[in-house]
Write a protein that binds this ligand. Structure first.
Ligand code: SIN
Length: 358
């Protein structure tokens, strides 16, 4: 074992990128009220120093603080910085794997962002990028961050049952593809945050592994990372009882480039939105339908025939569909400036077919 501060970047190592979150949070009265805390207070180097004695022999670790935020404040430019740091690390012969400590509130967005921009690259290089976080702040008596960080380091550094390179998440002793991880409970300490069946962090379940391989076989090419100030503006709008057309027409005079509809049931939206959504599409605003239910797939022309040009999100939740649409719009712009006639729909359709592992 070598201490994170002493590992030279010229030695083969695991790079740990700190983004903040509860794993780096501090409670004012950790014994009495561990849930009242500020996220993103402790440096990632200190989190590693705390578990140093337990880091497996021979595993060298280097850390870098990318941000130290509550992840509800995640920005697009920070995602660009993180994506570029991950790409750079993957390209380095000295980096064996990458761990990202992140807040759980928006880990869903970062998971799909890294899968779509770095997933193929990680797979081709046989390296793992692992997102992890915690439900309790670092100074809580039963803090879960240390064990999650250790599991993530082990997962990044060992070859477990031939599990391929890619973008994963390790939390609560379980591993899943990072694009399948989401916070699905607002307050529970054991918030179930894996959307799909996962595997134990030390033991690979063969049917899970074949699901991972199926996703990776379908994901043939990474999308470009948008430059900091070039993320297309995309909003999520929820259809609900009493929906009004103004919720849609409002955007016609804005610079918004895309709308993700979090619809009811199979992703349907209120009839009051029909004409204004048609006007939005005519106006050149990209439109994606998803479901507000939190589970299940949204499929094209179900329950009714879709507006021409609108796409369904498949198994992507609304926050994931928003990131996927932003990356697709950015890829369209880059393709067109390279003289290729690819549209955002071409890129988005490839993402929406990626299966949830069952
Ligand atoms: C955050 O997302 O930064 C705070 C909540 C958490 O990490 O669980």
């Amino acid at each position: 074992m070598s201490s994170p501060e002493n590992t030279p970047e010229t030695a083969l190592h695991i790079l740990v990128l700190g983004m903040g979150g509860t794993i780096a949070g501090l409670a004012a009265s950790p014994e009495d009220n561990p849930m009242q805390y500020d996220a993103g207070q402790v440096e990632v180097a200190s989190l590693l120093a705390h578990i140093q004695a337990a880091i497996p022999e021979g595993v060298k670790v280097v850390s870098k603080q990318v941000a130290n935020i509550n992840s509800r404040n995640l920005t697009e430019s920070l995602m660009t910085t993180l994506g570029e740091a991950v790409r750079k690390a993957l390209d380095s012969a000295m980096v064996k794997g990458v761990v990202v400590t992140h807040g759980t509130d928006t880990i869903e967005e970062t998971g799909v962002f890294l899968q779509l921009t770095c997933g193929k690259h990680a797979h081709n290089l046989g390296k793992r990028v692992i997102l992890t976080g915690a439900m309790l702040p670092a100074n809580a008596p039963k803090a879960d961050g240390p064990s999650n960080l250790l599991d993530a380091l082990r997962w990044a550094s060992t070859s477990i049952d031939n599990c391929p390179g890619g973008i994963y998440s390790v939390i609560d002793g379980r591993v899943c593809l990072a694009m399948d991880l989401a916070k699905r409970h607002g307050s529970a300490l054991n918030a179930p945050i894996q959307d799909s069946p996962s595997s134990s962090a030390g033991l690979i379940n063969p049917s899970w592994l074949s699901g991972v391989k199926a996703v990776q076989a379908l994901w043939t090419e990474d999308l470009p990372i948008p430059r900091e100030n070039e993320w297309p503006w995309v909003e999520i709008l929820t259809s609900h009882a009493g929906a009004r057309p103004e919720t849609i027409t409002h955007w016609l005079s804005s610079k918004v480039k895309g709308l993700v509809i979090a619809g009811s049931g199979m992703g349907g939206f209120h009839d009051a939105w029909k004409d204004s959504l048609m006007a939005a599409v005519k106006h050149g605003i990209a439109l994606v339908r998803t479901t507000r239910t939190g589970a299940g797939e949204t499929l094209l022309n179900l329950p009714e025939k879709d507006l021409a040009g609108c796409l369904a999100s498949g198994s992507l939740s609304a926050p994931r569909a928003r990131i996927a649409l932003q990356l697709s719009l950015n890829a369209e712009k880059q393709a067109q400036s390279a003289g290729k006639s690819l549209t955002w729909q071409d890129f988005f359709a490839r993402i929406a077919v990626l299966p949830l592992i069952r």
